[in-house]
Design a protein around this ligand. Structure first.
Ligand SMILES: [Cu+2]
Length: 655
């Protein structure tokens, strides 16, 4: 008996040691993801392209194309019947129109006209909002028609909808289906598009009128005003956005770049260069809004999705119009592609009545819908014909007005959430940028994991951030010599101190499109975790002082709770400018070495993660009796070093 007990005790000890070692393992980045990173690595220089954008592009494409391995929303089996009924109806209309003997130049008098969201009249906007809301109540499809269509943007079924030339055609067909569903509710409605250039031109796009109760609703956290207020989805939870001030939108320059090209192959994956790549550029808009829109699987849960994609379709329409005037037939310009699954004559995923090339047909914008151009303005014509836009005279462009301050009284907010048309112009104040800080909002994670949004299904991983001061940044705290301030250096700059300077990395950091310095030195470093063997993603941040030559901080990032199987996730960190940080993992002897930040997290924690945020925090901070609390890095597996070395974080990794 004694021997058995001894053996059991021995086995327990062994299994504890085993578990200790197996809590967190470094694993390889999936090879397909590495391929994407290496591709960008070859094509682009880290100092000229925001690393965060590359990260988002590669991870989105990878997660979509491997979507079959993960959870995705259920699709109502009746949706195909619903869609093909639409198609038949549409074809009937086209035939009727074509046969009608009319003398007007265009036989298609009732063609739908898609306008910029802010160019809709108050009445049009109300009708559009009403139709979208009615779709969410409509029970012709399960669980409601809006969600059924949104769920159809589904990585399990439509793996070819992204990552190649089919992206443009597929989304054109998908948008037309959605628009058709809206028109079944209100035949006057056309899908508006969101021309984000109008917001990109603002000093701070996150303050755009678009994110107000009158338009799409707030952008900071759960959407609790505007037409889509309190929208929920059974798997994704309450509609959430995390509009970030540092993020970029598509700009006028981006669109000009695209329109400067001749052939579709020059603007589509995988042949286009990044600055001309419409699919890559559209990813910036997804990332800007973030929350549900930041992830392709949940993106269509946010009605902004359809307006965002209508803008991409609008840019494609302009491109095709230019092609026609250059004697190129857009319908036949489906690029020759190395992507096997996206060949032109294959059946279109999810729309088996079409081939991929049918998405390129001219019928769509000739017979079904067309676009009204976004307004421009000039000294002679300084009006943008919209209450919500003003003219930037120097550029001759219209730009969105800023919404009223966020810190309005509750009664004002309630009034705003009603889509009222009585609000006068005088109530729209321009925001001044100095009144708001870059740090003014927190993060709301969706906690959506494998079909259910619930924070108890997540654990928290402590992550340390070490930030190195960037070169040539001034914080206006100068040394003073004989009463005169030296305004070329501030006292924190290591340029002042030879010994300190020699310790610093050299290297030119990217300063990307929107990389404004905060005055105080306070800035956010973000960490995102992307589920590889589960569906779910999360982002957290810590605040660092950029004035310091070095600064450290901690954050606690949600990862799916590894109950039945270990959780595998890929982690990445980036600063508010989109510059990526390099990952280091803890080794058994307590030092840190470069790693891929791809982790397998087992179901037994010895302190390397916490079941709750509170546990994770206690695992890293000592609250010992009379001592001053301090951090103990023993339980911190992953560290991100945000330094100036000019290399992609995924260079030089093994595991
Ligand atoms: Cu999509």
């Amino acid at each position: 008996m004694g021997n058995v007990q001894h053996l059991l005790r021995y086995l327990t000890v062994i299994s504890m040691i085993w578990n200790v070692e197996a809590t967190i393992d470094n694993i390889d980045i999936p090879p397909k993801l590495v391929d994407c990173f290496s591709d960008w690595d070859r094509k682009e220089n880290i100092t000229t392209i925001a690393g965060r954008n590359v990260l988002h592009t590669c991870i989105s494409d990878y997660l979509w194309k491997t979507g079959k391995e993960r959870w995705a929303p259920d699709v109502d089996p009746d949706i195909l019947k619903f869609i093909s009924a639409d198609v038949k109806e549409r074809e009937k209309q086209i035939t009727e129109k074509t046969n009608s003997k009319t003398t007007t130049p265009s036989p298609y008098k009732d063609i739908r006209v898609r306008k910029e969201y802010r160019m809709l009249t108050n009445k049009e906007r109300r009708k559009y909002h009403r139709a979208v809301k009615a779709l969410k109540q409509d029970k012709r499809l399960k669980p409601n028609t809006y969600d059924a269509i949104a769920n159809y943007h589904n990585a399990k079924i439509q793996s070819t909808a992204h990552g190649g030339p089919n992206f443009l055609g597929w989304h054109r067909v998908y948008l037309a289906t959605y628009e058709e569903a809206l028109r079944k509710i209100d035949p006057d409605v056309s899908l508006p598009f969101w021309d984000c250039r109008l917001d990109e031109d603002m000093e701070d796009p996150s303050l755009s009128m678009l994110f107000s109760g009158r338009f799409a609703g707030n952008g900071n956290g759960e959407v609790d005003n505007g037409p889509f207020k309190d929208w929920t989805h059974s798997a994704f939870g309450k509609l959430t956005r995390v509009v970030s001030k540092g993020a970029e939108l598509m700009s006028y320059e981006d669109v000009e770049n695209i329109l400067s090209k001749k052939f579709t192959s020059e603007i589509t994956v995988p042949t286009a260069q990044s600055g001309y790549n419409l699919e890559y550029l559209h990813g910036k808009i997804h990332m800007f809004v973030n929350g549900h829109l930041g992830d392709l699987v949940s993106a269509a849960h946010d009605p902004l999705f359809y307006m965002l994609h209508a803008f991409i379709d609008y840019v494609w329409w302009m491109f095709r119009n230019k092609q026609e005037s250059n004697g190129i037939d857009p319908a036949n310009d489906y690029p020759e592609t190395s992507i096997k699954q996206q060949q032109p004559n294959l059946t279109m995923d999810g729309f088996n009545m079409y081939k991929n090339i049918d998405g390129y047909s001219q019928n769509w914008t000739r017979d079904i819908y067309t676009y009204e151009m976004t307004p421009t303005c000039s000294k002679e014509q300084p009006s943008c014909n919209s209450k919500w836009l003003t003219c930037q005279l120097d550029k001759g462009r219209c730009v969105s007005k800023a919404r009223r301050r966020n810190n309005r009284s509750k009664s004002q907010r309630t009034a705003d959430s009603v889509d009222s048309i009585t609000t006068e112009m005088s109530q729209i104040e321009e925001f001044t940028s100095d009144t708001c800080s870059k740090l003014d909002s927190t993060i709301q994670n969706t906690y959506s994991v494998d079909g259910h949004a619930d924070s108890s299904k997540w654990i928290y991983l402590p992550i340390k951030i070490v930030n190195e001061r960037k070169q040539n940044e001034l914080f206006r705290s100068f040394e003073v010599v004989d009463g005169i301030a030296n305004e070329t250096l501030d006292i924190y700059d290591s340029e002042m101190y030879g010994k300190l300077k020699r310790r610093e990395d050299t290297g030119k950091m990217g300063t990307y499109q929107r990389c404004n310095l905060p005055g105080s030195g306070a800035t956010k470093i973000f960490v995102s975790a992307y589920g590889l063997n589960y569906y779910g993603f999360s982002t957290e941040y810590t605040i660092v002082d950029e004035r310091m030559p070095l600064f450290k901080g901690y954050t606690y990032v949600p990862v799916r709770k590894p109950t039945e199987k270990p959780s595998e996730a890929f982690f990445a960190a980036y600063d508010s400018c989109g510059r990526l940080c390099k990952p280091y993992c803890r080794t058994t002897n307590g030092t840190y070495t470069r790693c891929s930040a791809t982790l397998r997290i087992g179901n037994y924690s010895t302190g390397e993660y916490g079941d709750t945020y509170g546990d994770a925090f206690l695992n890293t901070w000592n609250y010992d009796d009379d001592e001053i609390p301090d951090v103990n890095d023993d339980n911190v597996h992953l560290v991100f070093y945000c330094n100036r070395k000019e290399e992609w974080p995924w260079q030089k990794y093994n595991k």
